[in-house]
Design a protein around this ligand. Structure first.
Ligand SMILES: Cc1ncc(COP(=O)(O)O)c(C=O)c1O
Length: 261
């Protein structure tokens, strides 16, 4: 089977924008085996990094970021054992869903900024929100989740480099938002997420990952409850993120190749 994935690369500048809902990157193509090889390599690197941090490979969840990736490549990833998928946009997830309905064990993560007017759709389309970034969004999610009788696992996205990244809340605002979320019965606060600045040398990103782990540890102590999920690390820096305690890494380029702008 020929699947539209570009040659996998282990590096790639992080881009949050550029995809148009419903349009996928079909320009580049390779074979399904490219994905199998990339996945195998990624799994080996995850295991080695986890080992270096004294943890089993199974303590790290691979979230395949499928922004601009066509449904057939997503199905191939599922066939190869991937179960967690991340999308940045409600519309794109919605456009691909009809072609993906049979992936029964798939867990869908919303990893992009969620607008409040899209909360209703998002609750139908995603299993988790990894990018909670405001009190107003938390309130809206709570209201819709209560209406539907569901409980939504969430991560709070923290902005650690305000000059470089737009998304997330400031670390200073984290304790108040977290305490508020804990009072909302239909949200389940599981941990933190961050998108650090892009640095060619992953070692330069290490302090951001360490900072997020320390923030999580402090917050968990303040709240008196565990916050087990730490979502950090992308294609070019995931090994460093794992060494610093990531329990979830979000990989697009390393699996599916470079996205078209
Ligand atoms: C929030 C987020 N995490 C992870 C990724 C994956 O990045 P990469 O392709 O560098 O692995 C993206 C890509 O759009 C993203 O927006």
């Amino acid at each position: 089977m020929s699947v539209s994935v570009s040659t996998a690369a282990s590096t790639g500048k992080h881009r949050r924008s550029g995809s148009i809902a419903g349009c996928y990157n079909r320009a580049v193509s390779s074979t399904a085996s490219t994905l199998a090889v990339s996945l195998e390599s990624v799994r080996t690197r995850i295991a080695a990094a986890a080992h270096r941090s004294g943890r089993p490979a199974a303590s790290v969840t691979l979230v395949a970021v499928t922004k601009t990736v066509p449904p057939e490549a997503i199905r191939e990833a599922y066939r190869l054992g991937v179960r967690h998928f991340g999308e940045n946009r409600v519309q794109e997830r919605e456009a691909k869903r009809p072609a993906l309905g049979e992936l029964r064990e798939a867990v869908w993560h919303m990893i992009g900024h969620l607008q409040r007017n899209k909360v209703r759709r998002a609750i139908e389309l995603f299993d988790r929100l990894d990018s909670l970034d405001s009190l107003q969004l938390a309130e809206k999610l709570e209201a819709v989740a209560a209406e539907r009788g569901v409980r939504i696992p969430v991560l709070i996205e923290v902005r650690l480099a305000p000059e470089e990244t737009k998304a997330g809340i400031e670390p200073e605002a984290l304790p108040a938002l977290a305490a508020h979320v804990l009072r909302l019965p239909h949200l389940e606060l599981d941990g933190l997420m961050t998108v650090p600045p892009f640095c060619p040398d992953p070692e330069q990103v290490r302090p951001y990952f360490r900072r997020l782990r320390e923030l999580r540890d402090r917050l968990a102590a303040q709240l008196g409850r565990p916050l087990p999920r730490l979502s950090m690390g992308m294609s070019h820096d995931f090994e460093v993120a794992i060494e610093e305690g990531a329990t979830e890494i979000r990989l697009g380029t390393a699996l599916f190749g470079l996205r078209q702008p």
